[in-house]
Ligand binder design. Sequence first.
Ligand code: FAD
Ligand code: 2HG
Ligand code: ZN
Length: 516
Amino acid sequence: MLRLFTRSTRNIPLCQRFSSTLTADKYPNIKRGDFGKINDEDINHFSKILSPNQLITDSNDITGYNQDWMKKYIGQSKLVLKPKTTEQVSEILKYCNQRKLAVVPQGGNTGLVGGSVPVFDEIVISLASMNNIRSFDQSSGILKVDAGVILENADNYLSENGYIFPLDLGAKGSCFVGGNVATNAGGLRLLRYGSLHGSVLGLEVVLADGTIYNSMHSLRKDNTGYDLKQLFIGSEGSLGIITGVSILCPARPKSVNVAFLGLENYEQVTKCFQKAKSELGEILSAFEFMDKDSQLLAAQTLKTTHPLCQDDIEGIESVPEYPFYVLLETSGSNKEHDDIKLEKFLEDVMESEIVVDGTVSQDEQQLKTLWTWREGIAEASQQFGGVYKYDVSLPLDSMYKLVESVKERLNELELSSTEDNKKPVYEAVGYGHIGDGNLHLNVAVREYNKEVEKALEPFVYEFIESHKGSISAEHGLGFQKKNYIKYSKSETEINMMKDLKKHYDPNGILNPYKYI
Ligand code: FAD
Ligand code: 2HG
Ligand code: ZN
């Protein structure tokens, strides 16, 4: 039976876990490149370009810039520069290129593949001080922003003007628009608004030698030659520093509904998706799935009552027995129309027993709470000490087989401790943007452990290759997947990428040790 949803929302707690092993010590095979070492003369030079508060040298103040969101990768940078203008970025890169000083462009530092932090002593170039909205055209919906604008701030600004940012993700309160473009982030509504390769209209980018490439125009159509901006979308700071973004934004939907459903097996999840596409059509804006173990993980940090629990209990006890859950969102311009369509769809999937339980949000607050049970998993996955994250594209029918195979493999592993509560692996969970063919496999562990890592890699990558998937659907390659690109790209493709890198960054100063 479908029920009314009545629970209150609670914020997702921030990650508290800290680790102190330097990336360079964890991976002794990686050697520092032949880059210059920062000296007093360099600092003096940067002080001429920037004012004192745009230059950080105090080691305590630098800590946060040296470690990634997962606290998994820790660099040793001794200098953070925070330019305020594109010209300052250009001056900085020109000098770094001449001196062969390596740099890491950094946005909100929410990346999940270790791409946003130094490996050794690279200079961090933070875009945090470039945070102005440049312009917005009310009739076309074209927004132009500095790369350091926080995604949520851009979306709030658009909301006041009746528009929406065509990307949404759990890290929206911290990640920057420039970082989103640099990673070609996918997120929760790619199903509806498509990838940034389609919605970004132009970019302003500073190349390794300081040259400013500017295509910040407002044209939807422009067939004059190569579409150069595409090179930088998803280039993860390896080809240039994005300083400005021009993006086409759709009108903000006037009516939004969220349904949270319980299903009895994975096949029903895929059937439910097919039905949602055919019955909800143009109003379907998100279709996310979560397995039961991912909900049990989330329950431990959210500590609220699961949306499909009928009793007044909280935490893991409140998670029902359904092996799979779906969060489905509709957005449109006419509430009555959307409600009728959603109601009919829900009746159909319940009658045909594709869905066995469900609830629909009745107001904005409930809608947000339902989303926390999906968005909260990423945070929850690392609450026990660490997490191995795999972000993959796979054909829908074989997608969950990866999670099952990994679970089996980890169960077979003869790990040092036989007591369950001491075993390094806590749980392997699967969830993600099933509407985009994108699975997130998270293996939550109590500690990072070489045995576990060996069981997972290259096993996971080989599985993906054999099913013709991608080893990175949306988070990118960064440091973590640099060596595994061959599982998704041919030698020819890798060589073409290397050629581009050599051409645009011959000294290799931009985000070294990562990407390719
Ligand atoms: P950073 O983490 O700072 O940087 C990421 C990479 O881009 C680095 O390689 C960095 O060098 C480079 N970079 C950053 N800014 C620039 C720039 N201006 N110019 C050139 N290079 C630059 N990703 C998804 O795709 N979908 C999701 O649903 C999603 N959900 C997430 C949920 C959570 C809770 C978290 C923590 C992360 C999530 N991510 C997701 C991952 C992450 O890719 C995004 O959060 C975001 O796009 C990264 O933006 P950022 O500003 O934090 O970039
Ligand atoms: C999401 O969809 C993010 O929640 C994060 O892409 C996924 O942490 C992850 O593995
Ligand atoms: Zn995701």
